[in-house]
Ligand binder design. Structure first.
Ligand code: BG6
Ligand code: MG
Length: 211
């Protein structure tokens, strides 16, 4: 039997280069409110849910007690409005190079394909990219799972797909996502759609060599 039965894709930073826009929108919110936000903080929040990201950002500014839940929700909504306004360009050409190649390869070779994203915008983005039909299951930030690095989203993905965790391969770009895959007992492949500071693979087809 093959070692991989189910390939679970993360979305932001893997199938599409949206992390840049998460970074820009958190940056602006932080600037407007006098909070510190930099690349190191961005790396810590990457892959975690919107509210978890805000909580981490506030904690790193020693402001965890300053705001009420409704103020935090208002910050998250403002951040998301700005984020969505920057995504108007999204279309089939915005997917990471090699996306259709790897998805077609996996489908033709009868691998199961799923997505597990912390984003509450995942369905919208996947529709814009025109790749929704490739996934037998999409779990996103609307499901209410504890945020990555908790393994829950990956474990439920495997269970609903009828596959054991050890037969899953997770494709992730964030430290939180990699930690979640490890905690789920799954194999993982680090892939970053874009990085200004590290060398990265430019084409998602690289995964063919790792399933
Ligand atoms: C993750 C991103 O996929 O989704 C995070 O890596 C982001 O950067 C999180 O904060 C939540 O996204 P959204 O779209 O629900 O604000
Ligand atoms: Mg990601």
């Amino acid at each position: 039997m093959r070692k991989t039965e189910l390939v679970i894709f993360d979305l932001d930073g893997v199938l599409v280069h949206t992390e840049k826009y998460h970074y820009l929108t958190w940056s602006r919110l932080a600037e407007e409110n006098g909070w510190k936000y930099d690349e190191a903080i961005a790396d810590k929040v990457k892959g975690t849910s919107r509210l978890e990201s805000l909580n981490t950002l506030l904690a790193l500014n020693n402001l965890q007690e300053k705001y009420s839940q409704s103020e935090k929700e208002a910050f998250c909504e403002a951040k998301n409005r700005h984020y969505l306004s920057l995504l108007s360009f999204l279309g089939p050409d915005s997917a990471t190079p090699g996306t259709l190649d790897i998805l077609n390869f996996l489908r033709e070779n009868q691998y199961k394909i799923a997505m597990a994203s912390s984003s509450r915008n995942a369905q919208y983005i996947v529709e814009k990219l025109g790749i929704a039909d490739y996934f037998s299951l999409i779990l996103d930030g609307n499901e209410g799972f504890p945020s990555k690095p908790a393994p829950d989203i990956f474990l439920v993905c495997a269970k609903k797909s009828g596959v054991m965790p050890e037969s899953c391969l997770v494709i992730e770009d964030s430290p939180a996502g990699i930690a979640a895959a490890k905690a789920a007992g799954m194999r993982f492949f680090y892939y970053s759609a874009f990085s200004e500071t590290e060398e990265c693979f430019s084409d998602l087809s690289i995964i063919k060599q790792n399933v």
